[in-house]
Ligand binder design. Structure first.
Ligand code: ZN
Length: 183
């Protein structure tokens, strides 16, 4: 029987409120993910991991403010994430965490057939990595309550891309999209 893996994308200090590139409510995925961990055979975490002069940062003409710089506090995993349960950690400075890493090889060597995607952000790294893993032949689910999106528009586009690629979103999209501010 093929195994089931939980893939936890970039739950790091810079991606939660107070961080350099915060995703709204990003910290709210932590408890949901910790609870899911016991239900899977294999757990893989990813960490966004940039050199200080990364070409994707604004100083070098890229789109992003500096974030998740290797060895800095912002690049650390969220302190409440149960990282001790991880079987494997992938450090990668790209949206697609399969690119240039051993993620696909690790999952195949672990006899994984089905992956459930969680983490940050739904409409960027979770999306890119889910699409690549579907391309690589895995059955892919995205558990929406364990993700948060940067914006509703891009979240809805990601869902459309998932459906086109045979990726199954589970749970309510409303839980993954930013709420109008209360103030
Ligand atoms: Zn990054």
């Amino acid at each position: 029987m093929g195994k089931r893996a939980l893939v936890v994308i970039d739950v790091q200090k810079d991606f939660v409120p107070g961080g350099a590139l915060a995703v709204p409510e990003g910290d709210e995925v932590v408890g949901v993910i910790n609870e899911l961990m016991d239900d899977y055979d294999t757990i893989v975490l990813t960490q966004d991991w940039h050199p200080a002069d990364d070409p994707s940062f604004v100083e070098q003409g890229g789109p992003w403010p500096p974030h998740c710089i290797q060895g800095t506090e912002g690049a650390e995993l969220h302190p409440d994430l149960a990282a001790d349960k991880a079987d494997h950690i992938v450090k990668a400075a790209v949206n697609d965490k399969t690119s240039g890493t051993d993620l696909v090889e690790f999952l195949k060597n672990s006899n994984v057939e089905e992956v459930t995607m969680t983490g940050l952000a739904l409409d960027y790294c979770v999306r890119e990595t889910a699409l690549s893993l579907a391309d690589a032949g895995f059955k892919v689910k995205v558990h929406l309550p364990a993700t948060r999106a940067v914006s509703e528009d891009t979240a809805r586009k990601a869902i459309a891309d998932f459906q086109e690629s045979g990726i199954e979103p589970t749970g309510a999209l409303e839980e993954a999209i930013p709420k109008p501010s209360q103030s």
